[in-house]
Design a protein around this ligand. Structure first.
Ligand code: PBG
Length: 324
């Protein structure tokens, strides 16, 4: 049936009918809010390239988590800014580390808020790489041990889920084994499975103070040109025991999200990363786009591509709009 019998505009005539035929839904249930925790008291320092996001000390972080929880957002993911960085990133797996303390404080106040932790070395190492360095190279197998220790110490502190973001080979298996041996066989792993070496992480590196001091991350993060390789990476992480698989970044990789969703039956997460957030904020500030409208369009498109959950700095703002 074609025009004039068939008229697609009939189903767009009012908001009511548009609601009835809408294929993709967006809800605070879909969001995971990333947060940055730092040492000290009463610290709340805005990240200049990510307006509305802060480095916060634990007292303020917990208050912010109360707001997140109140908005119906089920989960946060924590990134830590250590007091001291060193070659081996020791604060990452110290039971007295900033993230370990933050987990306890949040769970104490808000037992129902899911606390996910980013498991990586780059915020904690003096060189800013995601693993151990020898002869100027990031060592894969030596790093696995540290990542496993880090994940285990997060779980011991009360983390509900761990999310390795380093892209070392074999890390999901190493972490699964360490968790199981430590009695945390029920702690799920959300693997940053297809994580690309992306320019969109720029603002995050200011937020987490994790810029590599030499070279870049292309020897461990994926080449933006590849998609079949992403499926292989996801498959490996699933084989090793991932419970949720993530694609990162989101917007330039909607095709990857879509393929991963079609090929595998695990829940799919997508990380709407810092640069994607900052671009929307910057253009809105200049008056070039309607920031709220573009935010909702971006988040909807990530869901439409197939993401079950979205890690996004927009989470609070979007949840407030959805509540209206
Ligand atoms: C740590 C990590 C990064 C991000 C999440 N975990 C930075 C990186 O890999 O350089 C990026 C998040 C963002 O840009 O919002 N490895």
């Amino acid at each position: 049936m074609y025009f004039p019998q068939y008229r697609p505009r009939r189903l767009r005539a009012s908001e009511t009918i548009r609601r009835m035929v809408r294929e993709t839904t967006l809800s605070p249930d879909n969001f995971i809010y990333p947060m940055f925790v730092t040492h000290g008291k009463s610290v709340r320092k805005e990240i200049s390239s990510m307006p509305g996001n802060y480095q916060q000390s634990i007292d303020n972080l917990v208050k912010d988590c109360e707001e997140v929880h109140g908005l119906g957002i089920p989960a946060v993911i924590l990134f830590g800014i250590p007091e001291h960085k060193d070659e081996l990133g020791t604060e990452a797996y110290s039971d007295e580390g900033i993230v370990q303390h933050a987990i306890k404080a949040i769970k104490n106040k808000l037992p129902d808020l899911m606390v996910i932790t980013d498991v990586c070395m780059c915020e904690y190492t003096s060189h800013g790489h995601c693993g151990v360095i020898r002869n100027g190279q990031v060592q894969n197998d030596a790093t696995l041990e540290l990542l496993a220790k880090e994940a285990l110490s997060h779980a011991k502190a009360g983390a509900d889920m761990v999310a390795p973001s380093d892209m070392m080979d074999g890390r999901v298996g190493a972490i699964r084994e360490a968790l199981d041996d430590g009695g945390f066989e029920n702690t799920p792993i959300m693997a940053y499975a297809a994580k690309y070496a992306s320019g969109f992480y720029g603002p995050f590196r200011e937020a987490a103070e994790s810029t590599p001091q030499f070279g870049d991350r292309r020897s461990y993060q994926m080449d933006p040109s590849n998609s079949r390789e992403a499926l292989r990476e996801v498959e490996l992480d699933i084989e090793e025991g991932a419970d949720i698989v993530m694609v990162k970044p989101a917007l330039s990789y909607l095709d990857i999200i879509s393929r991963v969703k079609q090929e595998f039956d695990l829940p799919v997460a997508a990380y709407n990363v810092s640069g994607e957030y900052s671009m929307v904020k910057a253009a809105a500030k200049l008056g070039w786009i309607d920031g709220e409208r573009v935010m909702m369009e971006v988040l909807t498109s990530i869901r439409r591509a197939g993401a079950d959950m979205i890690l996004t700095y927009h989470a609070k703002e979007a949840a407030k709009l959805l509540d209206k």
